[in-house]
Design a protein around this ligand. Structure first.
Ligand code: HEC
Ligand code: HEC
Length: 81
């Protein structure tokens, strides 16, 4: 194997290494989901402000349990359709 071929292989190896590393890194930062698309609220909001968590932490009348009970100010993100 001449030096040129060896250099070529080293460069390919480096590019591949960076590629694998960046995928691993991207996966590691995706573990904490960032707020991107809050679901629309299919019911009226105004009369329920302040009691969202009551229903959405206890699954009252079939409410979907909130995946993030630590986020307050629900209607700042979740809006009516
Ligand atoms: C009286 C109980 C109750 C209260 C209070 C309440 N919800 Fe709901 N919520 C429900 C139920 C039941 C559903 C299921 C859809 C339906 O039938 O209306 C729902 C659905 C939702 C959904 C859609 C979830 C999905 O994946 O489809 C969102 C978002 C939501 N509510 C947000 C809120 C917010 C924000 C508040 C406060 C302003 C709130 N809810 C207050 C009972 C409640
Ligand atoms: C910072 C913005 C933000 C706040 C504040 C917030 N949410 Fe959410 N919510 C989201 C996003 C974005 C999603 C979609 C899932 C995800 O990516 O976390 C979601 C998902 C949900 C779901 C699940 C919908 C489904 O179909 O699985 C419910 C229920 C919900 N939120 C209820 C609430 C309630 C109740 C509050 C207040 C106590 C609240 N949210 C506060 C952004 C927010």
């Amino acid at each position: 194997m001449n030096n040129r071929k060896l250099g070529f292989l080293v460069i390919i190896g480096l590019i591949f290494g960076i590629f694998v590393f960046s995928i691993a890194y991207a996966n590691s930062i995706e573990q904490e989901p960032k707020p991107h698309e809050p679901t629309f609220v299919p019911h009226e909001i105004d009369s329920r402000v302040g009691s969202c968590s009551f229903c959405h932490q206890n699954a009252v009348s079939g409410a979907i349990v909130s995946p993030h009970p630590e986020r307050l100010g629900c209607s700042g993100c979740h809006v009516e359709e």
